[in-house]
Write a protein that binds this ligand. Structure first.
Ligand SMILES: [Zn+2]
Length: 254
């Protein structure tokens, strides 16, 4: 469902997002009645606002390099910015990728500056409705967590993209993508096993990252093959329609 546009980018939510809203609201209501429902919904809204700001960090940096970004899609597990072709230059991809977590760290830093010391969340009262200060403190911690979690080198998460960009400085793009995706898959399997013990919600996230990583690798491979094909076609056309290039460039004489 399309919501609204920010800087020319359409913000959209997947319908499964409404399921998360409902489950989260019900949890809040079960904990502390109507106030619990409003607080848990408000916190979820604040959290996903930070997710959108993270994605906008990527988008606005990408747009500076002339990449158009038609849409940001919000899913229960996070946001996905849809780029019209990420630049093949590792340095640019690095900057576009770093801009997302940088937004989270900036938000956390800002909250840290404005929040009075001693507004820490009281662990004992975590089940009840938190105060506004406690919520802001929670939001600060979430932003640090979001920034750090995204650095996990599990392609296509930001950390994985950074790894690919660094590898691509030395390796061909497809090889670099292969190794970044493979590293990500190994981490996803380890992460899913650990999550099964500690936080079952994250299992779905790791499975999702695994699948998206594989899909993106296939897309890169397909594009590489197509480009190689068209280069070969152009080279043949070129060879047929022009005389072969001179061994030595002609010298101008006066
Ligand atoms: Zn990101």
């Amino acid at each position: 469902m399309n919501l609204f546009r920010v800087g020319g980018i359409q913000l959209a939510v997947h319908f499964s997002f409404f399921l998360l809203l409902a489950v989260n609201a019900f949890d809040g209501w079960a904990d502390a009645g109507w106030p619990g429902l409003w607080w848990s919904s408000g916190l979820l809204f604040a959290f996903f606002t930070c997710v959108v700001l993270h994605e906008l960090g990527h988008c606005f940096t990408a747009m500076r390099y002339g990449v158009s970004v038609p849409r940001i899609l919000l899913l229960p597990i996070g946001g996905m910015a849809e780029f019209d072709g990420i630049p093949r230059e590792p340095r640019r991809e690095l900057l576009i990728t770093l801009a997302g977590p940088a937004v989270n760290f900036a938000l956390a830093g800002l909250l840290w500056l404005v929040l009075p010391a001693g507004s820490r969340l009281d662990e004992d009262s975590a089940a009840a409705v938190p105060t506004l200060l406690e919520s802001a403190h929670l939001l600060m911690l979430w932003n640090v967590g979001m920034g750090l979690f995204n650095f996990l080198p599990a392609f296509p998460m930001d950390g994985g993209r950074i790894l690919r960009a660094l590898l691509a400085l030395r390796l061909p793009y497809l090889r670099a993508t292969f190794w970044a995706v493979t590293t990500g898959k190994v981490l996803c399997v380890i992460g899913a096993v650990l999550a099964a013990y500690y936080q079952s919600f994250l299992v779905a996230l790791f499975i999702f990252i695994f699948i998206i990583g594989e899909l993106e690798y296939r897309a890169v491979r397909r594009r590489e093959l197509e480009e190689a094909h068209w280069r070969a076609v152009l080279a043949r056309l070129h060879a047929n329609s022009y005389p072969p290039p001179l061994e030595e460039p002609p010298v101008l004489r006066s």
